[in-house]
Write a protein that binds this ligand. Structure first.
Ligand code: DOR
Length: 441
Protein backbone atom coordinates (compact mmCIF):
# COMPACT_ATOMS: atom_id res chain seq x y z
CA UNK A 1 0.00 0.00 0.00
CA UNK A 2 1.28 3.45 -0.98
CA UNK A 3 0.36 6.39 1.31
CA UNK A 4 0.80 10.08 0.58
CA UNK A 5 1.11 12.43 3.56
CA UNK A 6 0.40 15.86 2.16
CA UNK A 7 0.21 19.50 3.25
CA UNK A 8 2.23 19.02 6.47
CA UNK A 9 5.39 20.95 7.30
CA UNK A 10 8.04 18.24 7.32
CA UNK A 11 11.03 18.44 9.67
CA UNK A 12 13.80 17.18 7.36
CA UNK A 13 17.43 16.73 8.53
CA UNK A 14 18.63 20.01 7.01
CA UNK A 15 15.47 22.13 6.86
CA UNK A 16 11.74 22.25 7.48
CA UNK A 17 9.62 22.35 4.33
CA UNK A 18 6.04 22.02 3.18
CA UNK A 19 6.51 18.87 1.10
CA UNK A 20 4.59 15.67 0.50
CA UNK A 21 6.00 12.39 1.81
CA UNK A 22 5.31 8.96 0.32
CA UNK A 23 5.51 5.78 2.36
CA UNK A 24 5.28 2.24 1.06
CA UNK A 25 6.11 -1.21 2.42
CA UNK A 26 7.25 0.24 5.73
CA UNK A 27 9.74 2.72 4.24
CA UNK A 28 9.85 6.37 3.26
CA UNK A 29 10.01 6.03 -0.53
CA UNK A 30 9.74 9.61 -1.80
CA UNK A 31 9.92 13.18 -0.53
CA UNK A 32 8.37 15.93 -2.68
CA UNK A 33 7.14 13.59 -5.44
CA UNK A 34 5.85 15.13 -8.67
CA UNK A 35 2.14 15.69 -9.24
CA UNK A 36 -0.17 12.92 -10.38
CA UNK A 37 1.34 10.12 -8.28
CA UNK A 38 -1.08 7.19 -7.94
CA UNK A 39 -1.50 6.27 -4.26
CA UNK A 40 -3.84 4.07 -2.21
CA UNK A 41 -4.31 6.46 0.66
CA UNK A 42 -3.92 10.19 1.34
CA UNK A 43 -3.37 11.71 4.80
CA UNK A 44 -4.03 15.44 5.00
CA UNK A 45 -1.51 17.02 7.37
CA UNK A 46 -2.62 20.62 6.78
CA UNK A 47 -1.65 22.87 9.69
CA UNK A 48 0.46 20.11 11.26
CA UNK A 49 4.11 19.02 11.39
CA UNK A 50 5.51 15.66 10.33
CA UNK A 51 8.47 14.56 12.45
CA UNK A 52 10.47 11.30 12.72
CA UNK A 53 9.09 9.01 15.43
CA UNK A 54 10.58 9.70 18.84
CA UNK A 55 13.26 7.29 20.11
CA UNK A 56 13.25 7.00 23.91
CA UNK A 57 16.60 5.56 24.94
CA UNK A 58 15.77 4.97 28.60
CA UNK A 59 12.64 3.17 29.78
CA UNK A 60 11.75 0.48 32.33
CA UNK A 61 8.80 -1.55 31.03
CA UNK A 62 8.99 -4.19 33.81
CA UNK A 63 8.48 -7.30 31.68
CA UNK A 64 9.26 -10.02 32.55
CA UNK A 65 8.80 -10.29 36.27
CA UNK A 66 7.31 -6.99 37.44
CA UNK A 67 4.19 -6.84 35.30
CA UNK A 68 2.00 -5.73 38.19
CA UNK A 69 3.70 -2.31 37.68
CA UNK A 70 3.76 -2.15 33.87
CA UNK A 71 4.01 -4.40 30.83
CA UNK A 72 5.12 -4.04 27.24
CA UNK A 73 1.56 -4.12 25.83
CA UNK A 74 0.45 -1.13 27.94
CA UNK A 75 3.73 0.77 27.80
CA UNK A 76 4.11 0.42 24.03
CA UNK A 77 0.59 1.79 23.50
CA UNK A 78 1.55 4.68 25.78
CA UNK A 79 4.60 5.17 23.53
CA UNK A 80 2.47 5.25 20.37
CA UNK A 81 0.16 7.83 21.98
CA UNK A 82 3.19 9.91 22.92
CA UNK A 83 4.75 9.78 19.42
CA UNK A 84 7.47 7.29 20.46
CA UNK A 85 8.13 4.68 17.79
CA UNK A 86 11.20 2.98 19.30
CA UNK A 87 12.08 2.37 22.94
CA UNK A 88 15.32 1.08 24.47
CA UNK A 89 14.62 -0.76 27.69
CA UNK A 90 16.70 -1.26 30.83
CA UNK A 91 17.83 -4.62 32.26
CA UNK A 92 16.43 -4.38 35.82
CA UNK A 93 13.56 -6.71 35.08
CA UNK A 94 13.13 -10.07 36.84
CA UNK A 95 15.19 -12.01 35.93
CA UNK A 96 17.75 -9.28 35.20
CA UNK A 97 18.68 -9.14 31.50
CA UNK A 98 22.37 -9.99 31.99
CA UNK A 99 22.83 -12.78 29.43
CA UNK A 100 22.21 -13.20 25.70
CA UNK A 101 19.40 -15.56 26.59
CA UNK A 102 17.80 -12.83 28.70
CA UNK A 103 18.00 -10.35 25.80
CA UNK A 104 16.60 -12.88 23.33
CA UNK A 105 13.69 -13.67 25.67
CA UNK A 106 12.80 -9.99 26.03
CA UNK A 107 12.93 -9.55 22.25
CA UNK A 108 10.58 -12.54 21.87
CA UNK A 109 8.12 -11.04 24.40
CA UNK A 110 8.22 -7.68 22.60
CA UNK A 111 7.70 -9.33 19.21
CA UNK A 112 4.47 -10.76 20.64
CA UNK A 113 3.27 -7.72 22.60
CA UNK A 114 4.82 -4.43 21.48
CA UNK A 115 2.98 -1.94 19.28
CA UNK A 116 6.24 -0.05 18.58
CA UNK A 117 9.87 -0.94 17.85
CA UNK A 118 12.27 -1.92 20.61
CA UNK A 119 15.74 -2.73 21.87
CA UNK A 120 16.97 -4.11 25.21
CA UNK A 121 20.19 -3.23 27.02
CA UNK A 122 22.29 -5.96 28.58
CA UNK A 123 23.00 -5.36 32.27
CA UNK A 124 26.50 -5.51 33.70
CA UNK A 125 27.26 -7.40 36.90
CA UNK A 126 30.64 -7.64 38.67
CA UNK A 127 31.30 -10.93 36.86
CA UNK A 128 29.43 -11.24 33.55
CA UNK A 129 32.03 -9.63 31.27
CA UNK A 130 32.13 -12.76 29.09
CA UNK A 131 28.41 -12.34 28.37
CA UNK A 132 28.89 -8.63 27.70
CA UNK A 133 31.69 -9.31 25.22
CA UNK A 134 29.61 -11.55 23.00
CA UNK A 135 26.25 -9.78 23.38
CA UNK A 136 24.33 -8.98 20.19
CA UNK A 137 20.87 -7.69 19.22
CA UNK A 138 21.31 -5.03 21.92
CA UNK A 139 22.10 -1.30 21.80
CA UNK A 140 24.66 -1.57 24.57
CA UNK A 141 25.68 -2.29 28.14
CA UNK A 142 23.93 -0.73 31.15
CA UNK A 143 25.86 -0.32 34.38
CA UNK A 144 24.29 0.78 37.66
CA UNK A 145 27.35 2.57 39.09
CA UNK A 146 24.91 3.60 41.83
CA UNK A 147 22.20 1.27 43.04
CA UNK A 148 18.57 1.93 42.20
CA UNK A 149 15.50 -0.25 41.72
CA UNK A 150 16.80 -3.84 41.38
CA UNK A 151 20.05 -5.47 42.33
CA UNK A 152 22.50 -4.56 39.59
CA UNK A 153 25.15 -2.49 41.34
CA UNK A 154 28.69 -2.51 39.93
CA UNK A 155 30.83 0.02 41.76
CA UNK A 156 34.13 -1.78 42.35
CA UNK A 157 36.85 -0.02 40.33
CA UNK A 158 38.41 -3.28 39.17
CA UNK A 159 35.14 -4.57 37.73
CA UNK A 160 34.43 -1.24 36.01
CA UNK A 161 37.93 -1.14 34.49
CA UNK A 162 37.45 -4.66 33.16
CA UNK A 163 34.09 -3.85 31.56
CA UNK A 164 35.42 -0.70 29.85
CA UNK A 165 38.60 -2.49 28.75
CA UNK A 166 37.22 -5.78 27.54
CA UNK A 167 33.93 -4.93 25.81
CA UNK A 168 33.19 -3.14 22.55
CA UNK A 169 29.47 -2.27 22.78
CA UNK A 170 28.62 1.29 23.86
CA UNK A 171 28.25 1.63 27.64
CA UNK A 172 25.66 3.65 29.51
CA UNK A 173 25.30 4.12 33.23
CA UNK A 174 23.24 5.28 36.16
CA UNK A 175 25.72 7.64 37.83
CA UNK A 176 25.20 8.21 41.56
CA UNK A 177 28.09 7.54 43.93
CA UNK A 178 27.14 4.67 46.18
CA UNK A 179 29.28 5.58 49.19
CA UNK A 180 28.07 9.21 49.18
CA UNK A 181 24.46 8.01 49.03
CA UNK A 182 25.06 5.52 51.88
CA UNK A 183 26.72 8.14 54.11
CA UNK A 184 23.88 10.59 53.47
CA UNK A 185 21.24 7.91 54.04
CA UNK A 186 22.74 7.25 57.46
CA UNK A 187 22.48 10.96 58.27
CA UNK A 188 18.78 11.09 57.34
CA UNK A 189 17.84 7.69 58.73
CA UNK A 190 14.34 7.75 60.26
CA UNK A 191 13.26 10.79 58.24
CA UNK A 192 9.71 10.82 56.90
CA UNK A 193 10.33 13.96 54.86
CA UNK A 194 10.22 13.25 51.12
CA UNK A 195 12.43 16.29 50.46
CA UNK A 196 15.27 14.41 52.21
CA UNK A 197 15.43 12.11 49.19
CA UNK A 198 17.22 14.93 47.35
CA UNK A 199 19.56 15.38 50.34
CA UNK A 200 20.42 11.67 50.38
CA UNK A 201 20.88 11.45 46.61
CA UNK A 202 22.52 14.85 46.46
CA UNK A 203 24.47 16.88 43.90
CA UNK A 204 27.77 15.43 45.08
CA UNK A 205 26.62 11.84 44.53
CA UNK A 206 25.75 12.64 40.92
CA UNK A 207 28.85 14.61 39.98
CA UNK A 208 31.32 12.20 41.64
CA UNK A 209 29.91 9.21 39.74
CA UNK A 210 29.63 11.04 36.41
CA UNK A 211 33.28 12.21 36.67
CA UNK A 212 34.35 8.67 37.48
CA UNK A 213 32.54 7.16 34.51
CA UNK A 214 33.80 9.82 32.08
CA UNK A 215 37.34 9.15 33.28
CA UNK A 216 36.88 5.44 32.50
CA UNK A 217 35.50 6.26 29.04
CA UNK A 218 38.37 8.59 28.19
CA UNK A 219 41.13 6.28 29.42
CA UNK A 220 39.66 3.25 27.65
CA UNK A 221 38.54 5.27 24.59
CA UNK A 222 35.16 3.65 24.94
CA UNK A 223 31.85 5.25 23.90
CA UNK A 224 29.97 6.15 27.06
CA UNK A 225 26.50 7.72 27.37
CA UNK A 226 25.64 9.46 30.66
CA UNK A 227 22.04 8.72 31.58
CA UNK A 228 19.69 11.21 33.26
CA UNK A 229 22.06 14.08 34.04
CA UNK A 230 20.37 15.81 36.97
CA UNK A 231 22.69 18.62 38.10
CA UNK A 232 24.05 21.85 36.71
CA UNK A 233 27.47 20.73 37.99
CA UNK A 234 27.43 17.68 35.70
CA UNK A 235 26.33 19.86 32.79
CA UNK A 236 29.23 22.25 33.51
CA UNK A 237 31.67 19.36 33.73
CA UNK A 238 30.44 17.76 30.49
CA UNK A 239 30.76 21.10 28.70
CA UNK A 240 34.21 21.87 30.08
CA UNK A 241 35.59 18.39 29.47
CA UNK A 242 33.79 17.64 26.20
CA UNK A 243 35.10 14.29 24.99
CA UNK A 244 34.72 12.47 21.67
CA UNK A 245 33.88 9.35 23.69
CA UNK A 246 31.07 10.83 25.78
CA UNK A 247 27.44 11.69 25.04
CA UNK A 248 24.74 12.57 27.55
CA UNK A 249 21.02 12.54 28.18
CA UNK A 250 18.63 14.57 30.31
CA UNK A 251 15.18 13.33 31.32
CA UNK A 252 11.99 15.35 31.25
CA UNK A 253 11.47 15.21 35.03
CA UNK A 254 14.87 16.80 35.60
CA UNK A 255 13.92 19.60 33.22
CA UNK A 256 10.45 20.24 34.65
CA UNK A 257 10.57 19.44 38.40
CA UNK A 258 12.69 20.67 41.30
CA UNK A 259 12.68 20.32 45.09
CA UNK A 260 10.07 23.08 45.45
CA UNK A 261 7.61 20.63 43.85
CA UNK A 262 7.84 18.05 46.67
CA UNK A 263 5.27 20.02 48.68
CA UNK A 264 2.75 19.70 45.83
CA UNK A 265 3.66 16.32 44.34
CA UNK A 266 5.27 14.33 47.16
CA UNK A 267 6.46 10.85 46.19
CA UNK A 268 5.16 11.21 42.62
CA UNK A 269 8.49 12.87 41.84
CA UNK A 270 10.72 10.59 43.89
CA UNK A 271 13.34 9.53 41.36
CA UNK A 272 16.88 8.24 41.21
CA UNK A 273 18.82 10.39 40.53
CA UNK A 274 16.70 12.70 42.64
CA UNK A 275 15.23 15.88 41.26
CA UNK A 276 17.37 18.88 42.20
CA UNK A 277 17.03 22.68 42.34
CA UNK A 278 15.54 25.31 40.06
CA UNK A 279 19.06 26.42 39.10
CA UNK A 280 19.75 22.85 37.95
CA UNK A 281 16.61 22.87 35.75
CA UNK A 282 17.87 26.07 34.17
CA UNK A 283 21.42 24.82 33.58
CA UNK A 284 20.12 21.58 32.07
CA UNK A 285 17.93 23.51 29.62
CA UNK A 286 20.96 25.61 28.76
CA UNK A 287 23.02 22.47 28.19
CA UNK A 288 20.44 21.26 25.67
CA UNK A 289 20.28 24.61 23.91
CA UNK A 290 24.12 24.72 23.80
CA UNK A 291 24.23 21.15 22.44
CA UNK A 292 26.33 20.03 25.44
CA UNK A 293 23.69 17.40 26.23
CA UNK A 294 22.10 16.04 23.07
CA UNK A 295 19.40 13.54 24.10
CA UNK A 296 16.06 13.96 25.90
CA UNK A 297 14.52 10.75 27.29
CA UNK A 298 12.08 9.71 30.01
CA UNK A 299 13.45 6.97 32.32
CA UNK A 300 9.77 5.84 32.34
CA UNK A 301 9.73 3.73 35.53
CA UNK A 302 6.23 3.04 36.84
CA UNK A 303 5.23 1.59 40.19
CA UNK A 304 1.68 0.85 41.30
CA UNK A 305 -0.25 3.59 43.12
CA UNK A 306 -0.19 1.50 46.30
CA UNK A 307 3.61 1.22 46.19
CA UNK A 308 4.21 4.77 45.10
CA UNK A 309 1.93 6.54 47.55
CA UNK A 310 3.41 4.78 50.60
CA UNK A 311 5.09 7.10 53.08
CA UNK A 312 8.77 8.11 52.51
CA UNK A 313 11.20 6.35 52.46
CA UNK A 314 9.19 3.19 51.69
CA UNK A 315 7.74 4.67 48.45
CA UNK A 316 9.90 3.49 45.52
CA UNK A 317 11.68 5.78 43.06
CA UNK A 318 10.40 6.01 39.50
CA UNK A 319 7.71 7.76 37.48
CA UNK A 320 5.93 7.10 34.16
CA UNK A 321 6.44 9.55 31.29
CA UNK A 322 6.41 8.04 27.79
CA UNK A 323 2.95 9.26 26.86
CA UNK A 324 3.64 12.84 27.91
CA UNK A 325 7.30 13.53 27.13
CA UNK A 326 6.83 14.81 23.56
CA UNK A 327 3.76 16.85 24.54
CA UNK A 328 5.71 18.46 27.40
CA UNK A 329 8.45 19.48 24.98
CA UNK A 330 5.95 20.71 22.35
CA UNK A 331 4.38 22.86 25.05
CA UNK A 332 7.83 24.43 25.49
CA UNK A 333 8.02 25.06 21.75
CA UNK A 334 4.76 26.99 22.09
CA UNK A 335 6.22 28.93 25.02
CA UNK A 336 9.27 29.88 22.94
CA UNK A 337 11.81 27.98 25.07
CA UNK A 338 13.05 25.99 22.07
CA UNK A 339 12.15 25.19 18.47
CA UNK A 340 10.42 22.13 17.08
CA UNK A 341 13.60 21.39 15.12
CA UNK A 342 15.57 21.28 18.39
CA UNK A 343 13.03 18.93 19.96
CA UNK A 344 13.36 16.63 16.93
CA UNK A 345 17.14 16.78 17.35
CA UNK A 346 17.01 15.84 21.05
CA UNK A 347 14.26 13.21 20.87
CA UNK A 348 14.60 11.65 17.40
CA UNK A 349 17.90 12.15 15.56
CA UNK A 350 20.37 12.32 18.48
CA UNK A 351 19.32 9.01 20.09
CA UNK A 352 19.49 7.32 16.67
CA UNK A 353 23.06 8.60 16.29
CA UNK A 354 24.18 7.76 19.83
CA UNK A 355 22.95 4.17 19.56
CA UNK A 356 23.73 3.83 15.84
CA UNK A 357 20.18 2.74 15.10
CA UNK A 358 19.85 1.81 11.46
CA UNK A 359 17.42 3.78 9.26
CA UNK A 360 15.69 5.66 12.04
CA UNK A 361 15.62 9.12 13.57
CA UNK A 362 15.20 11.14 10.36
CA UNK A 363 12.79 11.66 7.49
CA UNK A 364 14.92 10.46 4.58
CA UNK A 365 14.21 8.31 1.52
CA UNK A 366 15.02 4.69 2.39
CA UNK A 367 14.54 5.21 6.13
CA UNK A 368 11.87 3.34 8.11
CA UNK A 369 8.45 4.99 7.98
CA UNK A 370 8.41 5.58 11.76
CA UNK A 371 6.66 8.93 11.82
CA UNK A 372 4.60 11.21 13.97
CA UNK A 373 2.13 13.90 12.94
CA UNK A 374 2.19 16.71 15.47
CA UNK A 375 -0.51 19.31 16.09
CA UNK A 376 1.19 22.20 17.87
CA UNK A 377 -2.16 23.85 18.61
CA UNK A 378 -3.91 20.88 20.21
CA UNK A 379 -4.72 21.70 23.84
CA UNK A 380 -5.23 18.86 26.28
CA UNK A 381 -5.14 18.15 29.98
CA UNK A 382 -2.98 15.37 31.40
CA UNK A 383 -5.04 13.29 33.83
CA UNK A 384 -4.26 10.16 35.87
CA UNK A 385 -7.40 8.45 34.62
CA UNK A 386 -6.50 9.01 30.93
CA UNK A 387 -3.08 7.39 31.16
CA UNK A 388 -2.56 4.32 29.00
CA UNK A 389 0.35 3.19 31.14
CA UNK A 390 -0.74 0.34 33.40
CA UNK A 391 0.01 2.26 36.61
CA UNK A 392 -2.72 4.87 35.89
CA UNK A 393 -1.03 7.88 37.44
CA UNK A 394 1.28 10.63 36.26
CA UNK A 395 3.29 13.36 37.99
CA UNK A 396 1.82 15.80 35.44
CA UNK A 397 -1.77 15.14 36.56
CA UNK A 398 -3.89 18.25 35.98
CA UNK A 399 -1.36 19.99 33.73
CA UNK A 400 -2.73 21.70 30.61
CA UNK A 401 -0.45 21.36 27.60
CA UNK A 402 -0.54 22.75 24.06
CA UNK A 403 0.79 20.46 21.33
CA UNK A 404 0.66 16.69 20.95
CA UNK A 405 1.11 13.72 18.65
CA UNK A 406 -2.13 13.16 16.71
CA UNK A 407 -1.04 10.25 14.51
CA UNK A 408 1.84 7.79 14.80
CA UNK A 409 3.16 5.36 12.20
CA UNK A 410 5.48 2.42 12.87
CA UNK A 411 6.99 0.83 9.75
CA UNK A 412 4.31 2.63 7.71
CA UNK A 413 1.38 1.35 9.77
CA UNK A 414 -0.88 3.78 11.65
CA UNK A 415 -0.56 2.51 15.23
CA UNK A 416 -2.14 5.51 16.99
CA UNK A 417 -4.64 8.19 16.06
CA UNK A 418 -6.18 10.93 18.18
CA UNK A 419 -9.79 10.79 16.93
CA UNK A 420 -13.01 12.62 17.86
CA UNK A 421 -14.06 9.43 19.63
CA UNK A 422 -10.85 9.18 21.65
CA UNK A 423 -7.61 7.28 21.18
CA UNK A 424 -7.39 4.69 18.42
CA UNK A 425 -4.68 1.99 18.65
CA UNK A 426 -4.03 -0.67 16.02
CA UNK A 427 -4.99 -3.88 17.86
CA UNK A 428 -2.86 -6.27 15.79
CA UNK A 429 0.31 -4.53 14.58
CA UNK A 430 3.60 -5.43 16.22
CA UNK A 431 6.88 -3.49 16.19
CA UNK A 432 10.24 -4.99 15.31
CA UNK A 433 13.66 -5.19 16.95
CA UNK A 434 15.68 -2.07 16.10
CA UNK A 435 19.02 -2.80 14.39
CA UNK A 436 22.14 -1.39 15.99
CA UNK A 437 25.54 -0.36 14.63
CA UNK A 438 27.42 -2.86 12.58
CA UNK A 439 26.39 -5.79 14.72
CA UNK A 440 25.13 -8.89 13.02
CA UNK A 441 21.54 -8.50 14.16
O1 DOR B 1 14.01 6.27 39.96
C1 DOR B 1 14.40 5.30 39.29
N1 DOR B 1 13.63 4.22 39.11
N2 DOR B 1 15.63 5.33 38.77
C2 DOR B 1 16.18 4.24 38.21
O2 DOR B 1 17.30 4.30 37.81
C3 DOR B 1 15.44 2.97 38.16
C4 DOR B 1 14.01 3.22 38.18
C5 DOR B 1 13.19 1.96 38.39
O3 DOR B 1 13.48 0.97 37.71
O4 DOR B 1 12.24 2.01 39.17
Amino acid sequence: MKTLIKNATVILPEESRDVDVVIEAGKITDIAPGHGLAVDDVVDGAGKFLIPGVIDDQVHFREPGLTHKEDIAHASRACAKGGITTFLEMPNTIPHAITQQGIDEKIAIAERNSLVNFGFYIGATPNNVRELKKAKRTPGIKIFIGSSTGNLLVDQQEALEEIFAETTLPITAHCEDESTVRTNAEKYRGSRDIADHSRVRDHQAAIIATRRAVDLANRHQHHFHVLHVSTGAEAEFLAAEASPYVTAEVCVHHLFFNVDDYARLGSRIKMNPSIKNKADNERLWQALLNNEITVVATDHAPHTKEEKFAIYPECPSGLPAVENSLALMLNQVNKGTCTLEQVVGWMCSAPAKVWKIRNKGAIKVGYDADLCLVDLHREHQVLDENQVSKCQWTPWHGEKLRGKAVQTWVHGQVVYKDTENGDYFDPDFRGQPALFGLQDN
